[in-house]
Design a protein around this ligand. Structure first.
Ligand code: NG6
Ligand code: CA
Length: 515
């Protein structure tokens, strides 16, 4: 009897010691700062007025930039969305996962449910975690029934709360999904989605141009929702369909609600804005605001949303205890598939700033994006030229919350994020589609790639050449002078370093040049 009691006490003791080692007490967790990542979609380096180029005005983002660290060499991990999002959440270079490409709306979940993610890491430290906005990392197992719980998804890779669009604003299904359920779905009008075949009798952008409010330029000619032709076919779900012009407000209100609900515990909010990705559908309050057409207007709208979010944090007294990181998933594009006047109405604005290329490009404007950290009272205002990538956020935020967890390719650059040092990364692999380039110091190496030099559809220089390209960004930010022939030693050094990290051999350069 006595012996039993001792054993029971022993077990209770061991269990409580184990529990206290794994979990964090409420008091301890309370000390931890809130973390908000504001992630824009296709916002260019030159789209933010604080970056000093272009003619757009983004006063609210500028306030963050001017009150925090404005990085001039902050990178997305890829020149497109899905791979960048994969990298920011997992701390893993996207080229390590061959499926990390722009995904359709029916693609399976890209992140393994056993993979480490920022929200998973933070949950272990007592955080509540939420995502509101664009997901585009796949859902389910590739055979989703949209009328039941959709799983696995964000809630299975670390988010306690999710309110998302599945893929992009131009891809079906055009509905919001809350914690795995299509929001506002009428069970008598089930949703069906197909990326190969249309559903009988359903109009398409290709066959029914008379129904379109927005015309397609390339792609985007499948199902029509709200007069906008999309990528992919969808049927049913009428009551659940989003209203495009309300999307910014919808995500903002959900984000504010999330903050209010979780302000008394440490929280992580991944606020993934849909702007200025196509189709650009500003709310009528913003139509015509910039004179630059819908692209300018949705950037003004996104900037306003960020201001409103900041007001919420301020009103709730949360600014002193919240680290805010703002960035974009890839560089800018004007015509990304719709005739929306982005090219014609651009005027003197330069979305790419002083950089070459844009979205989809291996040149700098593909991946070098606005990157800002702000924390009232904790981060001193400064401009930092430290090289930092979004892939570094996992390990850096882990350091912030005293977690030992690390992402495979993620460097702990917490001091850089906090503006305590300007010593960032030495090396970085850049990605655009399946192509990779290598940055080391101020040098960047772009290996030879087949394919057009300029994309015909989006009119962006992609970085393809049949020769090695080598640029010294310190002297040639606009990548105008290829130094590959003039600096053979540097070229060799970068190729060797690159090969080592990438596990690719470029030794037979002669052959490559002939491709
Ligand atoms: C492309 C789309 C483009 C955009 C992009 C994804 C066509 C012709 N183009 O395939 O409009 O949706 O995918 O953008 O369909 S991203 O920012 O999410 O990577
Ligand atoms: Ca994007």
């Amino acid at each position: 009897m006595f012996h039993n009691k001792i054993t029971t006490i022993g077990i209770i003791l061991i269990v409580s010691i184990l529990l206290s080692a794994c979990t964090v007490s409420k008091e301890e967790a309370k000390e931890k700062p809130n973390i908000i990542i504001i992630y824009a979609d296709d916002l260019g380096y030159g789209d933010v007025s604080a970056y000093g180029s272009g003619t757009l005005s983004t006063p609210n983002i500028d306030r963050l930039a001017e009150g925090g660290v404005r990085f001039t060499q902050g990178y997305a991990s890829s020149a497109t969305c899905t791979p960048s999002r994969y990298a920011i959440l997992t701390g893993t270079y996207p080229w390590r996962n061959k499926n990390a490409r722009i995904l359709s709306g029916t693609a399976p979940l890209l992140i393994g449910t056993d993979q480490l993610t920022i929200p998973k890491m933070l949950k272990k430290k007592g955080y509540h975690t939420g995502i509101v906005g664009k997901w585009h990392l796949g859902l389910g197992d590739g055979n989703v029934n949209w009328n039941r719980r959709i799983s696995p998804g964000p809630n299975e890779v670390g988010f306690d709360y999710s309110y998302i669009m599945a893929a992009t604003q131009d891809r079906v299904p055009t509905v919001y999904i809350e914690d795995g359920y299509v929001s506002g779905l009428d069970p008598n009008d089930p949703i069906e989605v197909d990326y190969k075949n249309n559903f009988e009798g359903e109009p398409t952008g290709k066959e029914n141009p008379e129904m379109l409010k927005l015309k397609w330029h390339h792609g985007h000619n499948n199902s029509i929702v709200n007069g906008i032709p999309r990528i992919g076919y969808m049927k049913g779900g009428e009551s659940a369909k989003w209203v495009d012009g309300n999307m910014a407000d919808t995500f903002l209100i959900r984000s504010q609600k999330y903050i209010l609900q979780h302000k008394d515990e440490p929280f992580f909010l991944f606020y993934t804005l849909q702007q200025p990705h196509v189709p650009r559908t500003p709310h009528e309050r913003f139509i015509g605001k910039t004179g630059m057409g819908p692209r300018g207007d949705v950037i003004a709208e996104a900037d306003w949303c960020i201001g409103e979010l900041m007001k919420t944090l301020e009103n709730e007294g949360l600014l002193d205890n919240t680290l805010i990181i703002l960035s974009s998933d890839n560089g800018p594009v004007l015509n990304d598939g719709y005739y929306d006047g982005a090219v014609e109405k651009l005027g003197d604005h330069t979305p790419w700033g002083p950089l070459r290329g844009g979205k989809y490009s291996l040149f700098e404007a593909g991946t070098r994006v606005p990157f800002i950290t702000y924390w009232k009272g904790k981060i001193q205002p400064m401009v930092s030229d430290a090289m930092i990538s979004q892939v570094d956020l996992l390990s850096s935020l882990a350091a912030l919350v005293e977690s030992d967890l690390q992402g495979p390719d993620s460097e702990n650059l917490l001091d850089v994020l906090m503006g305590r040092t300007k010593k960032g990364r030495d090396e970085l692999i850049l990605e655009a589609g399946s192509r990779t380039a290598f940055r080391k110091g101020s040098w960047v190496l772009i290996p030879p790639y087949k394919g057009p030099a300029v994309s015909k559809n989006v009119n962006i220089e992609l970085g393809n050449s049949n020769k090695f390209q080598l640029y010294n960004l310190k002297e040639d930010l606009g990548q105008q002078t290829n130094l590959a022939e003039k600096s053979p030693d540097k070229l060799k050094e970068l190729i060797e370093n690159f090969e080592k990290i990438r596990g690719i051999s470029y030794s037979d350069t002669e052959k490559l040049e002939l491709k």
